[in-house]
Design a protein around this ligand. Structure first.
Ligand code: NAD
Length: 445
């Protein structure tokens, strides 16, 4: 089948590449000419494990193409997947004006029947607006399908190739069958293909993200209580996570969640509730707890150094909103780095893949280290913001020897407090006792 993908960002690039991997002819279109030029040179403008290899293979096999020309892509394809970004308005809610503008552009290029598959995250009712635009601006019939995307940056390729489920919002039986056929290679292990109304499919994405966000915020609030009552949230989490009714995922306390999606989807849900005159205090609390996380963490660092923070050299390990991605959007990483810069600290950041994006954002305001130990040279403290695997088991002696002051603010609970105290660090983590070197076993009794 010939497929057009409109928007070649994280979602569009992964979607198009995975369809090409299954033998389809895919044309990915983006209005960003520089992005398309990079892709046509065989370079990937974002970091997503496994994607580069798949893109190269499918370009080589001439199944995957990149262009800025929407009309050509739409003319060639029965199915047009909409993967443009959803922006956030001033209140943080989804602003879908750009998405609807893309639909208008698609409508004007249609030269026959098309199926528009919306994968962008849009509030309930958006598909109806899209159909209205297509019926107004296109001279040909069309169907609109809602196909929310549940992929996670960092494991997006695997999530697409082996999804937990595929959700399709579509009233037309014939179009449902086309969608089922398209996704059947990805559902061979028996994972469900779930059909529902377009509005429910739109809401399913928000509901999923709200549930996931709630788990994290709840754990973060429990972490604060643990800290106040000398409990250890890591131990408590183990007990909670092994309850089969709860399960182990999305229960890690820390400096909070980020990304372009989760915070915006919470705000959008609050907005939807508000418009309908429904109280959404629980969702508002989930968002607020998360926002407070990063503020509290930054305050903890600033309070430790107090006025002396000006000129202190602070090493930061990790800036992306989570591991295995270079995405900085909406994450606690940039919030904390911004705050440290504003407080006058001399900030040196190491992130395994986000260096280029950090350089674009901060210019000379921070230094970017090429290696993680390099960031620690003469540092007055280390701040950990992303749970990259390579930070999990460092050489503590080497760290201590490089640093001017052996202080760690760990926003991801990567280390064991007792071990850090034994290694002579002042170690601040989340929901666990702050350890001083004097806390070494047997030291101060
Ligand atoms: N990133 C994720 O992990 C993820 C996961 C699930 C759902 N989603 C949803 O996918 C959508 C896209 O997110 P993303 O992270 O890929 O965004 P992104 O910003 O990385 O990519 C969007 C791309 O669309 C292009 N674009 C915008 N308007 C266009 C137009 N009119 N014509 C052609 N190209 C256009 C932009 O230039 C950009 O390259 C969002 O609605 C998001 O909520 C994203």
């Amino acid at each position: 089948m010939k497929i057009a993908i409109v928007g070649a960002g994280y979602q569009g690039l992964v979607t198009g590449t995975c369809f090409a991997e299954n033998g389809h002819q895919v044309m990915c279109v983006d209005r960003d000419a520089a992005r398309i030029a990079l892709l046509n040179e065989g370079k990937i403008p974002l970091h997503e494990p496994g994607l580069e290899e798949l893109v190269a293979r499918n370009r080589e096999e001439e199944r995957l193409h990149f262009s800025t020309e929407l009309d050509h892509a739409v003319a060639e394809s029965l199915m047009v997947f909409l993967c443009v970004g959803t922006l956030a308005d001033e209140a943080g809610c989804a602003d879908i004006s750009g998405v609807l503008e893309a639909v208008r552009q698609i409508a004007q290029t249609m030269d026959g029947y098309r199926i528009l598959v919306n994968k962008t995250t849009c509030p309930p009712g958006a598909a109806e607006k899209m159909l209205e635009i297509l019926q107004t601006h296109a001279a040909h019939p069309c169907d609109v399908v809602v196909n929310p995307d549940f992929m996670k940056e960092g494991t997006a390729v695997d999530d697409f190739l082996r999804p937990d489920r595929v959700v399709v919002g579509c009233e037309d039986i014939r179009v449902r069958e086309i969608m089922k056929e398209l996704y059947s290679p990805f559902l061979r292990t028996g994972k469900p293909f779930i059909v529902m109304s377009p509005r429910s499919a739109e809401m399913a994405k928000y509901a999923t993200n709200v549930m996931l966000a709630a788990r994290i915020s709840l754990m973060n609030q429990l972490a604060d209580i643990c800290e106040a009552y000398a409990c250890d949230i890591a131990e408590v989490r183990e007990a909670v996570a092994t309850d089969y009714r709860i399960g182990p995922t999305f229960l890690f306390p820390g400096v909070g969640f980020g990304g372009a999606g989760l915070p915006r989807d919470l705000a959008t849900c609050e907005g939807l509730a508000r418009e309908a005159g429904i109280e959404s205090d629980l969702i508002a609390a989930v968002r607020r707890v998360n926002e407070r996380r990063r503020e509290q963490f930054l305050k903890r660092i600033c309070d430790y150094y107090d006025a002396a923070i000006t000129g202190k050299r602070l090493a930061v390990w990790g800036a992306s909103f989570k591991a295995r991605t270079d995405d900085l959007r909406g994450g606690p990483g940039i919030f904390v780095i911004d705050g440290l810069c504003a407080a006058g600290a001399d900030v040196v950041v190491y992130d395994p893949v986000a260096g280029t994006k950090l350089k674009e954002r901060y210019g000379d305001r921070i230094r970017i280290a090429a290696k993680y130990y390099e960031a620690l040279e003469e540092a007055d403290g280390l701040v950990i913001l992303t749970e990259w695997n390579e930070f999990r088991r460092p050489d503590y002696e080497r760290m201590g020897a490089l640093m001017r002051e052996k202080v760690i603010f760990d926003g991801r609970n990567l280390y064991t407090p007792d071990v850090m105290a034994a290694q002579g660090f002042h170690y601040v983590s989340i929901g666990r006792k702050t350890m001083m070197p004097s806390d070494r076993p047997g030291e101060s009794q």
